[in-house]
Write a new protein. Structure first.
Length: 167
């Protein structure tokens, strides 16, 4: 399954929240995320992991994920949200618009002639730049999806291990 639901309930006997939060924090820190931990309303634990710089934002490669863990009387609800998708969409949109403008200005049939017969590599540089504006946010979107899947897998593995040790 490529995408998983944003929240899931686990029986309390399957989740040791303090151990899980420590594992998640260590996981993010080894991947150079800035991790912020806080207590939310009704005893919820909020873990915010962010891997962002100005350059990463401009290239569509910044990553962010927020986890909220609510422990009730019988179940612990884990919710994943606040992922960083907007930067990827904006950079890809700019790349597509620039690509359309580039192929309109340097018509495909004329572009190869222009590149061969002109000492200036400006059209080639424009094509490479525009290609990067489309490829980099695609990579960023894949990485955002991958980190989300990795976190869900870590949570589910933790629940399986805790359930096995409690049986």
């Amino acid at each position: 399954m490529l995408l998983k639901i944003p929240s899931k309930n686990f029986p309390n006997k399957e989740v040791d929240v303090s151990v899980l939060v420590n594992h998640l924090r260590e996981f993010f820190e080894t991947k150079n995320y800035k991790v912020d931990f806080q207590k939310g309303a009704a005893g919820a634990i909020i873990l915010d992991a962010n891997q962002s710089t100005t350059i990463r934002d401009w290239l569509g490669l910044s990553l962010r994920i927020t986890l909220r863990l609510n422990t009730g009387s019988e179940v612990t609800r884990i919710w994943i949200g606040n992922q960083k998708w907007v930067d990827k969409i904006i950079v890809a949109f700019i790349g597509i618009v620039l690509w359309l403008l580039t192929i309109t200005y340097y018509k495909p049939s004329c572009a190869s002639y222009y590149i061969r017969n002109n000492s200036s590599n400006i059209p080639l540089l424009i094509i490479i730049f525009v290609g990067l504006l489309i490829i980099l946010p695609t990579i960023g979107a894949y990485l955002q999806l991958k980190i989300t899947q990795d976190v869900w897998n870590m949570i589910e593995n933790h629940a399986a291990l805790e359930h096995g040790s409690n049986s």
